[in-house]
Design a protein around this ligand. Structure first.
Ligand code: CIR
Length: 254
């Protein structure tokens, strides 16, 4: 049962977020903040206690807090984010988790890892090997969490920023997976809800205790998730998408 969410405010410099390609229209900072605010409201409406780390004007990508740490039953692993410009984002996350986790582990170069590359399905953690996360990072995840009973499975990621850019686990055995990105057989015994190329952005959604928060504007994916038995809450993510972010990257759930 998820009871808490750690989030971080949108930086004053968010319009300079790291992006693979400039968005067609510039980021609207005020709108990004109101979308982030709505995201927090939805988490609270779902009963979560939301802990808020203030934004840092020197860290444009700091709202994408998921990339900074993995957390499982009080055991935290602070990552070494793959984009060098994001390294300092972990400091504030480490300070907070130091207070609530019973143990905090770290990752040092050459290991790199973004939390967006880590997909948890029951007792397995799939780690995407991407432009941000490398084999040494995956090995550190295994070293940290295998003793807690989690299997760590590496998955090459091509054509997407992170593993979770193309798939999300909803619970109850359902995995949302964008088209032809990764072979479904990689994920073992799960039921795949396929997402078309046109709705690829909707493959990142956020499951919280049986409710799934989806990006608004992707009706086919939303219908499939509803048909699988989940409540769906759509959220406008336009300005988060422009910064190459999506739903899961805005929080660490525990
Ligand atoms: C980056 O390129 O690192 C950020 N602009 C976006 C990170 C999104 N993180 C995530 O989906 N886990």
């Amino acid at each position: 049962m998820i009871t808490r969410a750690l989030v971080r405010g949108i930086s004053d410099s968010y319009t300079h977020a790291t992006v693979q390609a400039p968005p067609p229209r510039p980021i609207d900072l005020q709108l990004a903040r109101s979308q982030h605010h709505r995201y927090i409201e939805v988490l609270q409406a779902l009963g979560l206690d939301v802990i808020h780390i203030p934004q840092d004007p020197d860290l444009p990508d700091c709202c994408f807090i998921e990339d900074c740490a993995l957390l499982h039953e009080g055991l935290a692993l602070i990552t070494n984010p793959g984009a060098p410009s994001r390294g300092r984002e972990t400091n504030a996350v480490r300070s907070y988790l130091g207070k609530v986790a019973h143990k905090v582990e770290f990752m040092v170069p050459p290991a790199t890892l973004d939390g967006g590359d880590c997909l948890r399905i029951e007792n397995r953690i799939y780690v995407g090997l991407s432009s941000r996360s490398n084999a040494e990072g995956a090995a550190r995840v295994r070293e940290t969490f295998a003793p807690a009973g989690l299997d760590v499975i590496e998955v090459p990621v091509r054509g997407a920023l992170h593993l979770k850019s193309v798939c999300s686990y909803l619970g109850n055995g359902f995995l949302v997976l964008a088209g032809d990105t990764i072979s479904p057989s990689v994920f073992g015994d799960v039921e795949i809800l396929p997402v078309s190329r046109e709705e690829a952005y909707a493959a990142n959604c956020l499951a919280i205790n049986g409710t799934v928060i989806c990006s608004a504007g992707y009706p086919v994916t939303q219908s499939k998730i509803k048909a699988a038995g989940f409540d769906v809450v759509p959220l406008d993510m336009s300005e988060i998408k422009k910064g190459d972010g999506s739903l899961t990257c805005l929080s660490i759930l525990f």
